[in-house]
Design a protein around this ligand. Sequence first.
Ligand code: GLU
Length: 380
Amino acid sequence: MGRAISPATRERLTSPAVAPIVIKLGSSIVADDRGDVRADVLAGICDQIAELHRAGRSPIVVTSGAIARGMGVMALALRPRAMDELQAASAVGQGRLYRVYDELLADRGVRSAQVLLTFFDISARTHYLNARQTLRKLLDWRVVPVINENDTTTTDEISFGDNDFLAAQVAILMGAELLVLLTDAGGLYTADPRLDPSAELIAVVDEFDALEGFQIGHATSPLGSGGMRSKVVAAEMATAAGIPTMVASGLEAGTVVRAAAGEPVGTRFAAREGRYSSFKLWLKYAKPTRGTVVVDSGAARALREGGTSLLPVGIIEVTGEFDAGDAVEVAHDGELVGKGICNYSAKELRRVHGLKSGAVREVLPRASEEAVHRDYFVLA
Ligand code: GLU
């Protein structure tokens, strides 16, 4: 695989860059249809990771394939449907999967570390900061983190995503310079190339709206749970944080190194103007919501157009059970207005919604004036 990289590419690769490159390998890259690890493919990708590492770059691997590998070990011909079986298959496969990376990277003179994260780790602010500290320390030590979701305790990426969102979150968490999502397809196409021979590769995506006319499939390989749709959403998250994202073939030689050298491979999603702080990105994409507050038209307009805080007086209905500090959806007339951290529990808010601030204080003397402060709110 190394031979596919030209001397000019090698030259460009050594451009000084401190921010990490997050490289995500989907299940279909990691394992074949029987659940056996594709040793030659992984060896080729580890060659490239070692090359980046030698060039002074900081690669971070996000890998799927634990379930696929576990299926192989347990001789399960079809991907199980039951969540507990998927989780157990992942537990069987994860250690074996990581060992392959560890050995391949060690053979190339690179130390690695296994990191298992959950969506919760990224949605709870202190865990988020702890995860960042650990990953930063590993990079300081020149160790390559090999990350997967901790499937034993959470199921987000099993249900949908195949680690696409996890990879985007890691890229945002670490302020990556580039996110590379490797698939068995060469990139994003105008239609599913397996079904439609006229499908064309989309080389650059500047505007996500431009993708609306295309059939971006949910179809996945028999092993994974992602598909192009989750890659587009992951790219939307990462590019909103200013991180260019590439969807490229993991089976083709040299893709990772060429992407890191700034060459066109697969589909490139251009970074967008940083509209949000890292806190707001975390809130928008990573923090799960626990309930909904329905607001009146005046409050909806003020949030959308005035960038104001939401006061209890503008709230007409509260659904779900949440505590103060949880994120809630803010809706109006059946449409999502945004998402924010609520200063009240659902129980408290049910007592005071619709009341003016003075009346709220009579019921709850120590409550904040804002139900959702503008600094803790993002528009949908
Ligand atoms: N964490 C899962 C794995 O490594 C995600 C992939 C999937 O949904 O199959 O197997």
